[in-house]
Design a binder for this molecule. Structure first.
Ligand SMILES: [Zn+2]
Length: 184
């Protein structure tokens, strides 16, 4: 049987189960950005149930221009449901050890990586491609620097160890940017 035949068979079982009425808004108020790596499914790693979190999956779970554009679109979409500026939503970055992206630190991949991150090849080191801990910190800062991400959103950076199965909270900013004191 082809993979899609297998998946359609599993869907038949799923469709026969009870799901209840689910909202398009995540029940846990959570938007997760993570890697497409098949080992890093939030439903398994974080026990996320159906309807509990919105999930964006993109290379490495890294904050690239493409991901920022996606988040901006989702912010617009949330407004359709009465949520402005991601109010009440926590953004969770879920990155992981042994990421395929971290193994692309070879010069032959530098050009495509630079394109992905929207930086010059000479600036690629600043994105910490091969260091997952620094990568999380770099990406939280990239969110803080981006005008499409609202000040008040809480952001957490998690690192999943694919060997131990453990997730570590590396950094949490709540809110992402401290509110400016009003000038006298
Ligand atoms: Zn990955």
């Amino acid at each position: 049987m082809s993979a899609v035949g297998e998946l359609l068979g599993r869907n038949e079982v799923f469709a026969q189960g009870t799901r209840g009425e689910l909202s398009a808004l995540p029940l846990l108020g959570t938007l997760i950005v993570t890697c497409p790596d098949p080992r890093v499914d939030p439903a398994h790693v974080l026990g996320v149930g159906l309807g509990e979190a919105a999930v964006v999956r993109a290379a490495g779970g890294r904050v690239t221009p493409l991901v920022l554009e996606n988040l901006a679109n989702l912010a617009d979409l949330a407004a359709v449901y009465g949520i402005t500026s991601f109010e009440g939503i926590e953004l969770v970055l879920l990155q992981h050890t042994d990421c395929g992206l971290s193994h692309m630190d070879d010069p032959e991949h530098h050009e495509s990586l630079a394109r992905l991150f929207g930086v010059a090849v000479d600036d690629l080191a600043s994105r910490a491609i091969s260091d997952p801990r620094r990568g999380v910190a770099v990406d939280i800062e990239a969110l803080a620097q981006s005008p499409v991400i609202p000040d008040s959103i809480a952001v957490s950076g998690l690192l999943y160890d694919v060997t131990s199965g453990r997730v570590e909270l590396l950094e949490r900013r709540n809110p992402l940017r401290p509110t400016q004191e009003p000038r006298p």
